[in-house]
Write a protein that binds this ligand. Sequence first.
Ligand code: GTQ
Ligand code: FE2
Length: 346
Amino acid sequence: MTDASAQEKDYYDRVTQADVTPLWKLPPMPAEPRPSIVPYLWRWDTVVPLIDEAGRMDQTLNTGGERRALILANPGIQRPLFGTTPSISAAIQMIKPGETANAHRHSAVAIRFILRGSGATTVVEGERVIMEEGDLVLTPQMTWHDHTNPKAQNIYWLDALDVPLTMYLNAYFHEPYYENVQPVIVPENYTANRLGKGLLRNVYNPPEERALSLIYKWKDTYDALLGVTEEDISPFDGAYFEYTNPLDGGHTLPGMSCFIQRLRPGEQTSAHRHTTSTVYHAYRGQGTTIINGERMDWRTGDTFALPSWAWHEHANGSDSEEAVLFSVSDLPVLENLDLYREEDRL
Ligand code: GTQ
Ligand code: FE2
């Protein structure tokens, strides 16, 4: 070895020892986002039999606030980390008749979108909310929540939490309640009544932001979708609504926002791309989403992941039936960091 190369080797050895990394040795910075996740689709017909099978095994939900949920784990994310996108972990959760998923709370926010079965309840900060198909229910950060199915049928919903982001930031807290369930301490429709559907507000006792036990009923959501006129239909998303925070008109939650879109029979959208990563769920109908040239053929009940900065366009695959996609993305996070970018291909 020459003196120079020996000196260099010695230098890099000491660099490694010192736990520092020479920036000049790294590969060139990518010019644009290179998503770690891949476009991926989870079929209802694959996931639901598996969750039903878990329901038949001798497994109890009543240990440490566990849930019978199968995380939709994106193959682009290294195990044991899990996530459907870099920021969001989505799962299909099932509760059998008579079961309770114990009360707990965590710093990650959660949403549930009810897929099949009606009449299960969730209690959020002492308020009981009855959940029906197509409803969206929120669990804001650090609110106590437990779920119960008093009905005779299994109930299934889509969970989404910003757990991967919260974990990445080393900001995840989790606490079991000291009993299986929390007491219900406010009357039925407590938050909804004080909100007056978000257009009115009880002046004497306004709803408290932190513990907003919000439910967005499917009927209201669907009415909004059907109410749009031609000029309000997005070329990229069809009839497209965000579930807003009724107190400030902002995104659904600080770490995630939820959306619903309706594609008319035969509707085909134009492609665009943006820096949010999105989990889509086909709530009604069937169709195709082309992601960077890759076809995702979806039917009711399927869920798929859209990576950041990937071109995508949607098509309703039916000439007679509507298609409805529910979605959840990290838009509030990207916006807050001034990282939201969008590009259109019209
Ligand atoms: O229902 O509280 O899918 O805490 C993951 C974590 C569901 C829940 C999940 C949770 C829950
Ligand atoms: Fe939870």
